[in-house]
Write a protein that binds this ligand. Sequence first.
Ligand SMILES: C[S@@+](CC[C@H](N)C(=O)[O-])C[C@H]1O[C@@H](n2cnc3c(N)ncnc32)[C@H](O)[C@@H]1O
Length: 238
Amino acid sequence: MEKSAEFSRQIQTMFGLVAPRYDFLNRLLSLGLDRHWRKVSVDFLAPSDGERFLDLATGTGDVALEIASRPAKGMHVCGLDFSLPMLLRARKKIRASQRNETIFLQAGSGEDLPFPDNSFDGLICAFGIRNFADVPRGLDEIRRVLKPGGRAVILEFSMPRRGPLGNVYRWYFDCVLPRVGRWVSGHPDAYQYLPRSVAAFPSREEFGEAMGRKGFSSIRLKAMTLGVVTIFLGIKEV
Ligand SMILES: C[S@@+](CC[C@H](N)C(=O)[O-])C[C@H]1O[C@@H](n2cnc3c(N)ncnc32)[C@H](O)[C@@H]1O
């Protein structure tokens, strides 16, 4: 328990330190594909009129902004994160895009969500859950705050299948990306942590099964960009 708390503090500090360069590095290191991955994830969420959504581990708010840009009327989107520097950046972007009537920000932990049971019609967690100290507990919390029948969409990095292109990607991800990340962010190891944490995260099949065991059904997996990222969709069983 104490080890988990210490791990969480380290992750929180790390994201706080990279927050100023986070968006720039996302665009650069993914060659702009991160925007496309988030858009497709929001397509999976399929927002409709009057629904309430949680963008879990919102960071600088890109997913919340993408949900709010959809044509559905009367939506409420809450962006939650435990990093205040990230939330401050999100707030600036939300104000600049005049979405502050739709998007609300909340500080809190993904493993202890500050919401009553059955609060949301849908939830997205993009590149967040891999960083949780206790992933099973995070899944329990996701399930708890969703309404019965609610949609959970998880977007995470995954490893592409072996083969020439997969090998080039592994070299880029393990060797090039950490160097560029360190140089641009000024953080000694945040971008070394990225490939390490992806390698330690369950495979797409294992994570899909873990969602099933946690009470999600109709699970769909979509590997994108040669399997560099995977979108998971699960419905909270009634
Ligand atoms: C890689 S960023 C992803 C941000 C955003 N979802 C995106 O698509 O760019 C991960 C975010 O998760 C947050 N985070 C990590 N673990 C968390 C936890 N246990 N509770 C709340 N936020 C967490 C970090 O502070 C960081 O902002």
